[in-house]
Design a protein around this ligand. Sequence first.
Ligand SMILES: Nc1ncnc2c1ncn2[C@@H]1O[C@H](COP(=O)(O)OP(=O)(O)OP(=O)(O)O)[C@@H](O)[C@H]1O
Ligand SMILES: Nc1nc2c(c(=O)[nH]1)N=C(CO)CN2
Length: 178
Amino acid sequence: MTGASPHTSYAVAIGSNRRHHRHGLPAGVVRAAAQALAALGTIRAVAPVRATPALGPAGRGFANGAVLIDSPLAPPALLAALKRIERGFGRRGGRRWGPRVLDLDIILWSGGGWAEPGLVIPHPDYRIRDFVLGPLAAIAPGWRDPLSGLTVRQLRHRQRRPQPCPAVPPVDRGRSSF
Ligand SMILES: Nc1ncnc2c1ncn2[C@@H]1O[C@H](COP(=O)(O)OP(=O)(O)OP(=O)(O)O)[C@@H](O)[C@H]1O
Ligand SMILES: Nc1nc2c(c(=O)[nH]1)N=C(CO)CN2
C-alpha cells in the first residue's frame, strides 16, 4: 500500500442559464466548466451540451451537460471542489432553483451511495430529470443506479414514457367477458 488514494469515478451534471462575462452564453459556460473539472482528475467522457427548458421557477432555459471523471477525491472533497469552481464562475448563493451561472451536481459515484447532511449520492432527484438523464445517457447509458438497479438508459426511457392515467383501471384481459 503506497498511501495514495484510490481513484474513483463520478458522473457530474453541469447546468447554466445565465451568461458569463468571459464564457458567453450558457452553452459556453457548460463547456468551460467541463474543462475546469479536469483540474480535479481525469475526464473520461464529455456529453454534448443540450438546450433544455427550465424546470421550475428559474425562468430562462438552460444549457445542460455532464462529464465522467476519475478522481482521487472522496465525495465530500469533490463537492467542496465543485463549489469552489461554481464560485470561480461567479455563482454567489442565490435561492434554490433560482437562475445561476453554473450548477455542478454529483449524480453517481462508482462507490455506490453516500448520505450525510449536505451530500447525497446518487443525487436524490436525478431519476426524474430529463435534463440530467439526457446528457448522462450520452456518456454512461449502462451505469446502474444503486438504489433501483436500473441503468441510466432504462431510467431515461421510464422517465420519458407517458404516464398512464391513474383514473382508468388497467384492463384485465384474463377476466374479460367478451
Ligand atoms: N449529490 C449532490 N451534488 C451536489 N450538491 C449536493 C448533492 N447532495 C446534496 N447537495 C447539496 O445541495 C445543496 C444545494 O445545492 P444547489 O444550490 O446546487 O441546489 P439546486 O441546484 O438549487 O437544487 P438541486 O440540488 O435540486 O438541483 C448544496 O449546497 C449541497 O450541499
Ligand atoms: N432545464 C433545467 N432546469 C433546471 C435546472 C437545470 O439544470 N436544467 N436546474 C435547476 C436547479 O438545479 C432547476 N431547473
